[in-house]
Design a protein around this ligand. Structure first.
Ligand code: FMN
Length: 247
């Protein structure tokens, strides 16, 4: 039997072009409630989300993320936040010092909680026929986004999500070979051949998708990003929000 959830996930593709149609409020409510069912570390629920429908704010978001016009065009833009604001209130109530914010663990936990909630929301949205694209570039100009959304201390923008009715049908992007990702009992470090194999797969995929205009391999694509620290404002802005990452 093929699981319906598996089938849905296996058809995921990011959508960056939307019809001029709204996301129904009842659908959005289900998407957001779906996110709330996510498990979280110590049930701390170290995440939350800002729902943006306002055109001006979406325009600003598109600019702040480096000109990603699909943010403006999507009827709904969600900003998922690592969120320890409520946690801080709980510690204050219990007269306790919030020592864990000194640890990089707080940043990891908040990011993991966001990731799981995000995936839940994405799956509900796609099951309702919407298309989404994650937007990591909310960490490109974090201080400006923090100001724009009036985020308090202990809250940090981790990942955005555009939602809308798809107006394109992109090719599904091939994934790494299973053996490069799924290890049996112990980590298999002998992965060069599998990377070569995937480079060829992506070269062919890019060739077809761009009609020969861009034939980057996977290694070339990711190297051109990772040869630099591409969001250098993350560390200082995290510190400013109280994620001190000293320990
Ligand atoms: C954490 C994360 C951040 C991403 N950031 C962006 C982004 O800023 N802009 C964008 O257009 N796509 C972004 N993406 C989409 C990826 O490029 C996309 O998921 C990946 O290429 C695989 O393609 P697929 O989603 O169509 O399968 C992001 C995806 C993830 C998971």
């Amino acid at each position: 039997m093929v699981s319906k959830v598996y089938e849905l996930m296996s058809n995921h593709v990011s959508i960056r072009k939307y019809k001029d149609e709204d996301v129904k409020q009842e659908d959005l409510n289900m998407i957001l409630r779906g996110a709330q069912f996510a498990p979280s570390s110590i049930n701390g629920q170290q995440w939350s989300v800002v729902v943006i429908r306002d055109k001006e704010t979406k325009k600003k978001m598109a600019d702040l993320t480096g000109g990603q016009k699909w943010i403006e065009e999507a009827p709904v833009f969600l900003v998922f936040l690592a969120d320890y604001y409520r946690t801080a209130l709980a510690l204050e109530k219990e007269n306790k010092e919030f020592k864990n914010m000194e640890s990089i663990e707080a940043t990891m936990v908040g990011s993991v909680d966001v990731g799981i909630a995000f995936a839940n929301a994405m799956n509900v949205a796609e099951s309702l026929g919407y298309g989404i694209v994650p937007i990591g570039a909310v960490r490109r100009e974090p201080m400006e986004i923090i100001e724009l959304l009036e985020l308090p201390k202990y809250v940090y923008p981790v990942l955005g999500m555009c939602i809308g009715i798809p107006d394109e049908k992109p090719m599904k992007k091939p994934r790494l070979p299973e053996k490069a990702v799924i290890h049996n009992e112990k980590y298999n470090k002998d992965l060069n051949d599998l990377v070569d194999q995937y480079d060829e797969t992506i070269r062919e995929y890019m060739d077809t998708r761009t009609q020969g205009k861009d034939v980057r391999t996977w290694s070339q694509g990711i190297s051109s990003v990772y040869e630099n620290v591409y969001f250098p404002k993350v560390y200082p802005s995290l510190k400013q929000q109280g994620f001190t990452n000293d320990k």
